[in-house]
Design a protein around this ligand. Structure first.
Ligand code: IMP
Length: 283
C-alpha cells in the first residue's frame, strides 16, 4: 500500500483522478476540507511515503504507482505434526523443512489431544485426527488462528482372506503384538479352510492427512503388498512385521533393517506423496 500526500488544491484534483481511480491505493490528501480528509484518510496514519507539493513530486508519485508491486513475503506456514512417535516426527519434520514450513511437535504445545479412532477407513481416522490437532494447535497460536495446519496418520494391515481385516482395527485386534499375530494367523487359516483356497495376500496401508481447523485439505495413501507367512520370523520393527513378506523380497519386514523397510514401506510411500504435494504448494 502506498501512502501519498498531496498539498495543494490544484494537485488535489489531478491527484484524486489519477490515484484514487487506480484502485486499492489510499491517497492521503492534505487540505482544508476536513470531511474530504476523513473520507480519504485514516487520520491516525500520517506518515507519507511521498509528500506531493509540486508538479515534480506528482510525477514521482505517478512513477511510484506505475512501478511493479513488491511481492509481499508470505509467512512460513506453521504445521503441527500430530504424533508422539519420534521416528515419524523426524521423517515429517524433514519434509516440512524441505518446503519451508515451520514444524511444531506435541512437546512444543504441551501434548497431543486424544482422538477416538472410530472411523471406517484409514482416511476417516487420519482426517478426524488431523482436524482435531489443527484446532488444538490453532488455539495455541491465536494470532495465526485458522492458518495453522496439522498432519496426522493412520495405518494398518489388510488381509484379503479376511476381507480387509484387521484394517482400521489393527492396533486393537488383540491385547498385544504376539496375540495380534496369533489371531491373524488363526483367522486366515480358518478363512482359507472355509473357502478351500490358500489366500495369504495382504497389504500394509498408511494414510497421511493434512488439515486446517476447518477441514481436510488432502489425504495421501501409501500401500505395500505382500503375503502373510505361517510362522513369524525376525525381531526388528513392530506389530505384524514378523509375518509380512513384501512382494519381491524373501525376508519379512522384521528381518529387514529399518533403512531397508523405510525405503519401501507404506508410510514412506504416503509421506513421499505428502512431500511432493508440499513442494508444489509452496513453490
Ligand atoms: P498406527 O496407525 O501407526 O498406530 O498403526 C496401527 C497399527 O497397525 C499398529 O499398531 C500395528 O499393529 C499396525 N501397523 C501399522 N504399520 C505397521 C508396520 O509398519 N508394521 C507392522 N505393523 C504395522
Amino acid at each position: 500500500m502506498k501512502k501519498l500526500f498531496a498539498d495543494t488544491d490544484l494537485l488535489k484534483l489531478q491527484f484524486q483522478k489519477s490515484l484514487l481511480g487506480s484502485g486499492g491505493i489510499p491517497a492521503f490528501i492534505r487540505n482544508e476540507n476536513a470531511a474530504m480528509l476523513r473520507y480519504l484518510l485514516p487520520l491516525q496514519e500520517t506518515t507519507p511515503e511521498l509528500w506531493i507539493a509540486n508538479d515534480e513530486d506528482l510525477e514521482k508519485a505517478l512513477a511510484l504507482l506505475n512501478a511493479p508491486p513488491v511481492a509481499e513475503k508470505t509467512p512460513e506456514p506453521r504445521i503441527f505434526i500430530g504424533t508422539k512417535n519420534k521416528h515419524k516426527i523426524s521423517e515429517i519434520s524433514a519434509i516440512l523443512r524441505g518446503c519451508g514450513a515451520e514444524a511444531i511437535i506435541p512437546d512444543d504445545l504441551g501434548g497431543l489431544p486424544d482422538v477416538e479412532e472410530d472411523g471406517h477407513s484409514f482416511e476417516e481416522n487420519a482426517s478426524k485426527k488431523a482436524i482435531a490437532f489443527a484446532k488444538f494447535a490453532a488455539a495455541k497460536f491465536p494470532e495465526q488462528g485458522r492458518g495453522v495446519m496439522a498432519i496426522a496418520d493412520d495405518s494398518g494391515l489388510e488381509a484379503d482372506a479376511l476381507f480387509g481385516a484387521p484394517g482400521v482395527h489393527s492396533s486393537r485386534y488383540a491385547e498385544d503384538d504376539l496375540r495380534r499375530i496369533a489371531k491373524l494367523l488363526t483367522e486366515i487359516g480358518r478363512a482359507n479352510k472355509r473357502s478351500g483356497e490358500e489366500n495369504r495376500r495382504a497389504r500394509f496401508v498408511s494414510v497421511v492427512a493434512l488439515a486446517s481447523p476447518d477441514g481436510v485439505e488432502a489425504c495421501f495413501r501409501g500401500e505395500v503388498n505382500g503375503i502373510i507367512i505361517e510362522t513369524p520370523r525376525g525381531s526388528n520393527g513392530f506389530g505384524y512385521d514378523p509375518v509380512f513378506v513384501p512382494d519381491g523380497f524373501s525376508l519379512t519386514f522384521a528381518e529387514l533393517s529399518s533403512t531397508e523397510k523405510n525405503k519401501i514401506s507404506h508410510r514412506s510411500r504416503a509421506l513421499a506423496k505428502l512431500d511432493q504435494y508440499m513442494r508444489t504448494k509452496h513453490d
